[in-house]
Design a protein around this ligand. Structure first.
Ligand code: UD1
Length: 418
């Protein structure tokens, strides 16, 4: 198992370019199943979650090839309608093949994702929404069986919560349904806008992009498309926090800064200064880190995927902050590891009280999950001495070349094989 060794104290400066969004690329890959031909997706990050999704698609009979950051997915002939447990257990997002498969083939069999270390992450909204679209769903032997031999029909679906995955699964099913589907209380994340653009490029008819009401007029068939993945706002936010922790200036390019608006507002409130660019932002911090409260919410609220990185920043603030996690239960495992580095954090239910300390200390720590793992490396950048971050396979799920990119900014960080 690889580890990352960080020696704290170096000031970061320079420019880093982020790749395409993991959370978009995975869904665009699933959406390629909707057209009987070869779609091309550019700006796809080279990360393990993308490799797993490529294997899921290959298992269904699609041909997937990669040349640098371009993926070609030929879904002309699908030979299977099953996403087996071995893949879904590795990556929960595999569930998003359910909607496109049942819409294209009339049936699908997808393993039920198990519990996950950031909360129970149910799929009830995916199932209820598809049922309303006319899909007959049965659960058994650890699988979701979806049948719609006569095709899907339009429906009026109101989500209990703006779930990203449920919105995507329903969109990808509704585009080939007979009639009009309205999805209310839909998630509004930029990655959903990217999926809408991809589907519209294939010939889908979708109104309400970027809003919480999506209206989909089903079409007979869809055609392959060529599309560039939206820049990764979470990878960008992670490097901006790295710059803020160490002082910077760090320029992050390759993303739309309007997709990170509330994160930038909060970072300004804690003492960061920004220079905005069309394709990114430059952060610097001269004075102390000022404490502030943050509550995660669906987009455009503060992203749960930036919660751990922000907690690392609050860990060295001059005072106390409250971080409230409203999207996932049990997403504070990172706090236990950060405490091992000297942070003062008390968890009460879905709130974390963080009392800033003047100095973190390097320690052996384990990545609890993808974003928590990246945040531990960030904490190591400003800690006294060495931080050994273990279980870095979590980081490799979502960050391409994380260590080389940090090194290029001046961090003392290396990957080891033990
Ligand atoms: C996606 C992102 C993840 C991000 C999250 C929220 C991908 C691959 N992952 O995850 O990085 O943190 O959005 O922005 O895109 N829920 C239910 N029932 C359902 C579906 C969801 O109760 O049927 C709950 C979940 O347990 C969770 C909340 O809704 O508490 C949000 O989940 P959701 O928005 O669906 O997140 P994901 O799509 O899994």
């Amino acid at each position: 198992m690889a580890s990352i060794v960080v020696t704290g104290g170096n000031r970061l400066s320079g420019t880093v370019t982020v790749g395409g969004a993991k959370n978009s690329a995975l869904k665009l890959m699933a959406a390629s199943l909707l057209a009987a031909g070869e779609s091309t997706i550019t700006n796809v990050p080279d990360i393990s979650d993308v490799h797993i999704m490529a294997d899921v698609l290959r298992g269904l009979g699609a041909r997937v090839s990669r040349e640098e950051h371009t993926l070609r997915i030929d879904a002309a002939e699908l030979t299977s309608f099953e996403a087996p447990y071995e893949f879904v257990a590795q990556m929960r997002a595999s569930i998003v093949v359910l909607g496109p498969l049942v819409a294209r083939l009339g049936h699908a069999r997808v393993a039920m994702p198990g519990g996950c270390n950031i909360g129970s992450r149910k799929v009830d909204m995916h199932i209820r929404g598809l049922t309303e679209l006319g899909v007959d769903i049965t659960l058994g032997h650890g699988y979701i069986h979806a049948e719609a031999p006569a095709g899907l029909h339009g429906a009026h679906v109101i989500l209990d919560f703006p779930s990203v995955g449920a919105t995507e699964n329903l969109l990808m099913a509704a585009v080939l349904a007979h009639g009009v589907t309205t999805i209310e209380n839909a998630a509004r994340e930029p990655e959903i806008g990217d999926l809408v653009d991809f589907l519209v490029g294939m010939g889908a008819r979708i109104g309400g992009r970027g809003s919480s009401t999506l209206v989909v007029e089903g079409v007979e068939s869809l055609a392959p498309v060529t599309h560039r993945t939206v820049g990764d706002r979470v990878e960008a936010g992670t490097f901006l926090v790295a710059g803020a922790l160490s002082g910077g200036p760090v320029s992050v390019r390759g993303f739309d800064p309007s997709h990170l608006e509330l994160v930038l507002v909060k970072m300004e409130a804690v003492g960061c200064e920004f220079e905005m660019h069309e394709d990114g932002a430059t952060v610097r911090r001269a004075g102390a880190v000022v404490p502030t409260d943050v509550a995660t919410l669906p987009y455009p609220g503060f992203p749960t995927d930036m919660q751990a990185q922000f907690m690392a920043l609050m860990a060295i603030a001059e005072g106390a902050s409250v971080i409230t996690e409203n999207v996932f239960e049990n997403r504070f495992m990172f706090a236990d590891e950060l405490r091992r580095m000297g942070a003062e954090i008390v968890i009460e239910g879905h709130r974390a009280l963080v009392r800033g300390v003047s100095q973190l200390s390097g320690a052996p720590v384990r990545c609890p999950d993808l974003r928590g793992g990246a945040a531990l490396v960030l904490a190591g950048l400003i800690a006294d001495g060495r931080t050994f971050v273990q279980d870095v396979q979590h980081i490799q799920r979502g960050y391409e070349a994380f260590v080389p990119k940090l090194s290029a900014l001046g961090a003392d960080v290396v990957m080891t094989d033990d």
